[in-house]
Design a protein around this ligand. Structure first.
Ligand SMILES: [Fe+2]
Ligand SMILES: [Fe+2]
Length: 219
């Protein structure tokens, strides 16, 4: 398994030390989430370490590199080759760092968009990447994501996908993996949400609740 020093050396030598630091943060976050949710922690750490390794490929070369490496390319990825970096990182992890574990390669390969039928490991790395944000300031989804993590890994993944969905008009492209992953998770989690809504409606409308709110008004 590649260690942080090897990743740091590789990225720093190519002028991407900031990415190396981000990769370490995502790896540590992924390991913590994996331990919490009963996912393989070593695999989570490894996928986190390598997830952005393709930062060394400039954006204007990503499409050609994907073509040369036989990576399947979606129309949205032709418009926004930046998104190809998740697939390119998976190829580099295999070719240059000797990763053969399909579950690790999968988690690297969908860390930006997630995908339908994502594994728990995919979701751990996806969520870790959103927590260990690589932009300045606090990510706007931080508090919602933290609350969702108290519910489940699926809820956390959906929180970020929902955030993106609400802003889809502003996105350069709407990646189909993200749309499909969101639809699947929404469907899976909606019975929980609707039963929560029913429960709170029940309490709002029940005589006991009305009595309680009347008492509140009297105070
Ligand atoms: Fe990334
Ligand atoms: Fe990242």
């Amino acid at each position: 398994m590649p260690d942080y020093n090897a990743i740091h050396r590789f990225l720093a030598a190519r002028g991407h030390e900031t990415t190396a630091i981000h990769c370490r943060e995502v790896a540590e976050q992924a390991r913590a989430l994996a331990l919490h949710f009963g996912v393989d922690a070593d695999r989570a750490y490894e996928a986190g370490l390598l997830h952005d390794i393709s930062a060394v490929i400039p954006n204007d070369q990503r499409l050609n590199r994907a073509l040369a490496w036989g990576v399947p390319i979606l129309p949205e990825e032709r418009v926004a080759p930046m998104i190809l970096h998740q697939k390119l990182s998976a190829v580099m992890a295999r070719r240059q760092f000797g990763v053969t574990d399909a579950s690790v390669l999968s988690a690297i390969g969908c860390h930006t968009t997630l995908k339908p039928d994502a594994s728990p490991l995919d979701k751990v790395v996806f969520v870790a990447d959103k927590i260990a944000w690589d932009q300045p300031g606090t990510p706007p989804w931080r508090d919602d994501l933290a609350r969702a993590l108290d519910v489940s890994l699926d809820a956390a993944a959906l929180t970020y996908l929902d955030y993106l969905w609400e802003r889809r008009e502003q996105l350069l492209v709407v990646h189909p993996w993200f749309v499909a992953a969101r639809a699947q998770l929404s469907k899976r989690l909606s019975p929980m949400v609707s039963s929560r809504q029913k429960l709170s409606a029940f309490f709002r409308e029940s005589p006991l609740a009305q009595e309680a709110s009347a008492l509140d008004l009297e105070r």
